[in-house]
Design a protein around this ligand. Structure first.
Ligand code: NAD
Ligand code: LMR
Length: 339
């Protein structure tokens, strides 16, 4: 599918409701980095999804214990732990969806890009194996810096000769939408279930751009508050990093967001039309080959990418400022992958 303009009654991109919890599929899902701060609660939430019949947990350490623990939960899904390079292929065999939260998190004072030196290599190695063993699976990339790790995965797939994978390689930006919905519901005193804020651009600092003018329900906000709320959303990851004071970054809210996005991907695979925001390769915005956009998920991953739509002057200035930032992060990822 191509780029589509949202209709008058446009879908909700930032508040996908959970499915009806009735299994209508039999998916195999892998979590790579499953013993980590995100990996553990995320694996538990995935174990609770009725459409998942097999859950493979991979890490360089700790997965036998996590898998034994989770396997006692009485949901139908079978859990298995895999540890170390030599077990990765078996973990990935037959996967429909691979979720990747492997890598180091930030400490206070660091940017997400400061994680590049360690995480780029981790993600590259995992993506190489995915391209070989389950090239048709959907990838959900959580490892930071997402603005660079998604381009790395795409380059790895291209080098491996897997064509048309870019619609299946999805950077997870759902936490930005989850935060925006939470903060705006508080701000406006409305039911959080009714709030829908699309967030576009990327997943670091000013590249995170909430489109508050497109928020639903329609509310009138003071321009100063719009600016303050935008900055809070852009810095929300740092807010958690500082509160954790050296013990890492968001894990529980991230697991919650990643589970929602995974469920949306699985519903898409089963033929539902599901709307989310995600960071992926596209030509939507001039000058950048990747952009977090409003998307429709379906059997092939992203089926439609929606145009940014009408924005305010403030939001347009935000887009203009983030493009050069994204360009740098994308180029860095692409160059690394080609080395
Ligand atoms: P963590 O250190 O608690 O866990 C990471 C796990 O990855 C560890 O268990 C580690 O053993 C494992 N790992 C390391 N190398 C590996 C490899 N080669 N293969 C498999 N597993 C490997 O970190 P965390 O808090 O879970 O965060 C993980 C990543 O997610 C970080 O890069 C963090 O910045 C990112 N993150 C992204 C978002 C987002 O919105 N996209 C949100 C929060 C965190
Ligand atoms: C987040 O947004 O919480 C994550 O990207 C982790 C971080 O480093 O802020």
């Amino acid at each position: 599918g191509g780029v589509r303009t949202p209709q008058a009654s446009s879908p909700r991109f930032g508040s996908s409701k959970r499915g009806n919890m009735v299994s209508c599929g039999a998916a195999k899902v892998a979590v790579l980095g499953a013993a980590g701060g995100i990996g553990q609660p995320l694996s538990m939430l995935v174990k609770m999804l009725p459409s998942v019949t097999e859950l493979s947990l991979y890490d360089i350490q700790g997965t036998p214990g996590v898998a034994a623990d989770l396997s006692h939960c009485n949901t139908a899904c079978k859990v298995k732990g895999y540890v170390g390079d030599e077990e990765l292929a078996a973990c990935l065999e037959g996967c429909d969806l691979v979720i990747i939260p492997a890598g180091v998190p930030r400490k206070p004072g660091m940017t997400r890009d400061d994680l590049f030196n360690i995480n780029a290599g981790i993600v590259k190695g995992l993506a190489e194996k995915c391209a070989e063993i389950c090239p048709n699976a959907i990838l959900n990339i959580i490892s930071n810096p997402v603005n660079s790790t998604v381009p790395i995965c795409n380059e790895v797939y291209k080098a491996a000769g897997v064509t048309g994978a870019s619609r299946r390689i999805l950077g997870v930006t759902t936490l930005d939408i989850v935060r925006s919905n939470t903060f705006l519901a508080e701000e406006c005193g409305v039911d959080v279930d009714e709030v829908d804020v699309p967030v576009i651009g990327g997943h670091a600092g000013i590249t995170i751009l909430p489109l508050l003018s497109q928020m639903r329900p329609k509310v009138s906000l003071d321009p100063n508050r719009i600016e303050e709320l935008t900055v809070r959303i852009q810095n929300a990851g740092t807010e958690v990093v500082e509160a954790k004071a050296g013990a890492g970054s968001a894990t529980l809210s991230m697991a919650y967001a990643a589970a929602r996005f995974a469920e949306s991907c699985l519903r898409g695979l089963q033929g539902d039309k599901v709307y989310e925001c995600a960071y992926l390769e596209s030509n939507l915005v001039d000058g950048v080959g990747y952009f977090a956009s409003k998307v429709q998920l379906g059997p092939n991953g992203c089926e439609e990418i929606f145009e940014v739509g009408e924005v305010t002057e403030f939001e347009q200035a935000g887009i203009d400022a983030l493009v050069p930032e994204l360009q740098k992060s994308i180029a860095k990822g692409e160059e690394f992958a080609k080395k």
